[in-house]
Design a protein around this ligand. Sequence first.
Ligand code: ATP
Length: 746
Amino acid sequence: MKAPTTSQSSSSNNDTGDHSNDLDSDPIFHLRSRTAAAGTLQRPQIQYESLDYDVCENKLFHAEQRKRLRDRFSLRIHVIRWIIFILIGIITALNACFVNIVIDLLSEQKYKFLKASVEQNVPVNGGDGDLALPYLWWLLLSVVPVAVGATMVTYIEPITAGSGIPQVKCYLNGVKVPRIVRIKTMAVKTIGVITTVVGGLAGGKEGPMIHAGAVVAAGISQGKSTTFVKDFRIFKAFRDDHEKRDFVLGGGAAGVAAAFGAPIGGMLFSLEEAASFWNQNLIWRTLIASIISSFTLNIVLSAYKGLENFTFTGLFNLGKFKEPLTFAYFELPIFMLFGVAGGLLGATWNALNTLINKVRRRFVPWKLGKVAEAVVISIIGVTLATIMIYFIDDCRPLDKERISYPVQLFCEDNEYNAVAALWFQTPEATVRALFHDEEGAHNIRTVGYFTLVYYFLACATFGLNVSLGVFIPTALVGAAWGRLVAMQFLDWFPDAHFLNPGKYALIGAAAHLGGVLRMTISLSVILMETTGAETSFFFPLIIALISAKWVGDYFNEGIYDMVIEESHAPILPWEPVPQYKGLTALEILSKPVVCIKLRDSAHYIYEVLLRCDHNGFPVVDDVKDNRRCEGRVCGIILRSQLIVILLKSLYVENKRFWLPETSIQTFREVYPRYPSIKSVRPLDRKENYTVDLSMFMNPSPVRVNNHDSVPKIFNIFRALGLRHMLVISNENRIAGIITRRDFIYK
Ligand code: ATP
């Protein structure tokens, strides 16, 4: 907040009762300058604002509602909403198809080339070989895509770094994350994830696809692109944060459905992990978006693969189990132990990753350094893989159907190198291999070292300035140690036939995912949908997931929540925290409150907006001695609305010019990028214009009494997705204001 200016000559009062000199005599400005300055010392640097999920039901809104009823437009709006959800499903799936196909094509070329290079340079039939040239090629083919992706993310759109799920989660919680749902963001994310996966980093495409789904949803539902400055003049009724939030939720679900081919999992993922607010209608629409998304994916990929019956089995993208997965009841405690191990390993992984990222932020702040870091991790990955391939002797009989790029390397004819097979494919294909390879497909040492290397590699990778998801590497590590444990016990007890390595790889993946991500319902459904496991196997999966979650939760939060915490985004938890107990609104509210009078001078409003950066102002009347901060509450008005009022000169004095054509659309037209107050022509003190807010303000803001308990008002605040909550006295006079920051930092 800027320092107040000194008083100048007062202008004559009109019906607002006061004018420019109010501001200078207003004690609030002096006081708030001081509190704001003091506050910044205690709080982390905050660059986030909130979204307005509370619908502003002002007179213009009601006029529109009545008109819709008259014109029978409500049904049309309803139908259009469904159409938009269907479009979101289709376009998200098309984007996913593009990513899938490009990754498949490029990876195929890369690993075919590497296989050929190995075969040319290393004599077959067990002879000594020189891996130097293939290693250099592997480095080049990994480092170049990774460097391209990291450069794009770092220099073009840094918000695209990481999986995108934490950011979408913040958005749905009501935090405005800058540039999160822009087309440019989606373009960089899409190319970024392709380069990351093709470059062979320990990351997956799932998180970015969910983010892409959210961007598609936000873009389509608004019928305009702010990036391309193009307004298609459609879907105008949906241009507000509340509507957009619901579409973004559908987009996220469609993204999961497209990424995994898991429609129900998509909807559940959105509800469990991302959605802060939902209702029955929204669940339906989200489910439709997910189903349409996975259906479209199926059709397009089937057509691409030349299938006639349009049932592309690749949609079970973690591979369908050939034999039904069975279990005996004595295995249940084993599944629980797997869960406990997953919880411990996951919690350690989360803590380690957070630590690495803190060090990273501190010591590598420059852009070039961030790109270099991604390149270094890529080099380390390739080098470790090459060392494993070189030193571990693991030759297995060749089964061309199963192994994508069999490399004979140091093996006899009709054999392939099992270590190379694990590394010479995308991480997703490796998860598939660990789930479905038959019992003797690897030796224990191979899987043991692979688990160890991948665990730390994934930990160092998540947090690099590249677009990648954490789901597949986590599933991969879990599948590896799950399989390893089964193999080891099978080695000790060869008669324990229930120890099917594939089955335990799946349980290990579930346990590790539960330990890192801390989701249970959606993960178990996603795993079942992506592997075609029987419904009866839901029970073992959920046991492993829940045990992992409980154990992990004892130590720290899920990785997405830890990322959010590190970013200092003011996200509201699900439940009121225990510290709120016994507190009343009086103890967390902010006062004195900067208020605006129901009829106030345009000059005063202009100065308020210029001098303080709050986004909401209580509207008051019955003001005594110019002390607005003690007035009687009539409603609330947002900064964005005030700016539009000033920008369009919606003053009482020239009412006859603007009143007929002013509607709620006048405000929606500038949504979502409202101009700043600096773009409003400075008002001359002689321009004694008056603004009457009765038409524009929200006359029914949520008000609580200053003696209401904090847990209670927190629940109201969160459930309604509020941005501001007014605290009033028994006489309906303003006593204070509460925003999400007051819940978090007080
Ligand atoms: P947001 O940033 O969440 O979009 P906002 O900018 O209106 O909303 P905050 O930045 O969260 O509000 O507010 C910072 C602090 O200022 C909080 O303690 C809040 O209670 C207080 N505050 C918000 N609006 C006013 C106001 N009109 N008058 C006085 N204090 C306010």
